[in-house]
Design a protein around this ligand. Sequence first.
Ligand code: GLC
Ligand code: CA
Length: 520
Amino acid sequence: MKLPAWLKSAVFYEIYPQSFYDTNRDGIGDLNGIIQKLDYVKSLGCNAIWINPCFESPFMDAGYDVSDYKKIAPRYGTNEDAKRLFEEAHKRGMKVLFDLVPGHTSDRHPWFLESRKPERNEYSDRYVWTHNAFDYPEGYRWMSGMQDRDGNYLVNFFSSQPALNYGFEVQDFPWQLPPDHPAAQATLEAMKDVMRFWMDMGCDGFRVDMAYSLVKNDPFRTGIKRLWGNVREMFEKEYPENVLLSEWGRAEEAIDAGFHLDFYLHFNGRGYNALFQEGASDYVDKASEGHCFFSKEGKGDVTVFTEEFLPKLRYIAGRGYLCLPTDNHDMIRYSRFRSEDEMKVAASFVMLLPSIPFLYYGDEIGLPYREGLTSKEGGYFRTGSRTPMQWTAGRNRGFSESGGELYLPVEEGASPDVEAQEREKNSLLNTVRRAIAFRAAHEALQAGEEMRVLFAEKGKYPFVFARGKFVVAVNPSGSAAQAPVAEGRYKSVFFVNAEARIDGEKCIVPPVSLTVFEKE
Ligand code: GLC
Ligand code: CA
């Protein structure tokens, strides 16, 4: 098994297509808009993009409810546009990952429309049904009484998202089919066919939605590992340069299963929230009493992160990488509760870890989290993190020339935009660029290279760690902080906001700042 070489220096940009850039004035972003902004994305230093689902869908969950896996949703353009996007990205040395949602379809997908029929057919067992409408075993989420077929069907997420049947590793009931059942195998083959379809067109791989969830009743993860092992084999044989990235949150399982990459996330673990998300919303698990490390408040606990992250890195070393996002379409944007200076420090930190950085569109300018918006397409609290990109100070903030309604409203009045930040040498935008360029210039800072903790103590600041010959000292708190350093000569080579200094055997780090030293 091999890791494509391009991953080592990869820096990703996540694009929520409906909110990025609209080129046909319908108020919704489109693929052509992404193509037109590729040079911008490249100018950030990002050399890969991940696009949230852009397939035909009734949009009950923003496109995570697919009704045709092989067709670009008309509101985003055509399959021809997708092909052009791959070509234009490749011309610029960039990679494109699509978002694959293999666990469930929309309840309007033709497979489901067949499956729900009372007459048995090829698709009857491609979803999970009980054998009669009065049977809804506990521990599962059923839709009942909705169809003529006698039985209830399993849903994965929202009610509009029936679970595809990949089988049950342990079968306790007659309606639970084993993973090697022909229907379960056919589901997997259908999904591989979808992957081949896009990769043959030029797509470089997939971010895989809820990747852990496919095989049910799988206590030792044997079923799900077999499944993804099978897909990885296809990649090794047919698409060795392409990648599989899981939304899993347990790299120790995902990489064993066959993924090249796994996200380090706000669920299935506590370290991510302890860094960035605690205190952001009620949805966040409290690992360090509601205080995150990256806050001026200075009450966070970085050890919740280090004690989780480092063992994961060690476990997957040489076999896969972690991916660490600034936030994403499912989280509260990091701009909430953070000043521009705090975001500069947080974003730069993401660029200096041995994980692969993912920059969520808009985070490079501090696009705000919008409170109080009515839910759009199943977004609920997530809607506030999905508003249009703000390119200029002009009409519709340069997102769209539509005279009508936009997908979601842009911010009026004082609010960041790309154009203004391009002009300012020390803007968040240009700081993010510098941090990415610094990573790109030094192999020791890239994915999979070593990380040694030099100072991380419960409830204390700063956090100091080594990456090869570099030492990174970061202090997100609002007061100066100091840490002991080993003897030696250090030269500051990169800093954000204010420069730390070495005084004898101490490193003194100013409030809300980050410095990288090179050890001589
Ligand atoms: C993933 C997606 C999320 C979606 C859900 C259901 O968590 O990131 O946006 O709602 O899966 O597909
Ligand atoms: Ca459009």
